[in-house]
Design a protein around this ligand. Structure first.
Ligand code: FES
Ligand code: FES
Length: 169
């Protein structure tokens, strides 16, 4: 506990407290302090994207983000993506389309793509490629990942159209 102080973070909609040192990065605090091990450690130097989480809705690399800088921000990790018992469309489409194989890179991709589809529900393949350019995958060759993202976008568009239709009734 030496040099550690209590850090309070908002993670997946909940206030969480843990002891952390001033130089601890968010990745370590999530995995070791809060037992949120869905966020993966790949390179630990900002090049693979496996550790991506959302901070106030924007993707950040948790291996390069000091945990102390996250106080007062809303952090979302892969554990916070599903809605109760329902998987997020991205989770389902990655599984269905084969966008996740060994799965190690998947949490990072899903968080990056969540932010993309929040602001653009009709992305071109080029826009998807640009959005995921910081996420590395050794297994899939990316084609199935792009398919999965396009399928998720379709589901989200259909959902939105359904909600708007209900609102008009
Ligand atoms: S572990 Fe953070 S970018 Fe690779
Ligand atoms: S699914 Fe294995 S690294 Fe991407």
């Amino acid at each position: 506990m030496k040099n550690r102080e209590i850090l309070e973070l908002e993670v997946n909609g909940h206030r969480r407290q843990t002891a952390a040192r001033p130089y601890d990065v968010l990745l370590d605090v999530l995995r070791d302090g809060l037992d949120l091990t869905g966020t993966k450690r790949g390179c630990d130097m900002g090049t693979c994207g496996c550790c991506t989480v959302l901070m106030d809705g924007k993707p950040v690399l948790s291996c390069l983000t000091l945990a102390g800088q996250c106080e007062g921000k809303a952090i979302t990790t892969i554990e916070g993506l599903k809605d109760g018992a329902h998987l997020h469309p991205l989770q389902k489409c990655f599984a269905d389309a084969g966008g996740s194989q060994c799965g190690f890179c998947t949490p990072g991709f899903l968080m990056t793509c969540t932010a993309l589809l929040e602001k653009n529900q009709e992305p071109s393949d080029g826009e998807i490629r640009e959005a995921i350019s910081g996420n590395m995958c050794r297994c899939t060759g990316y084609v199935k990942i792009i398919e999965a993202i396009q399928q998720s976008a379709e589901v989200l568009r259909a959902r939105k159209a359904g909600n708007e239709g209900q609102a008009d009734v």
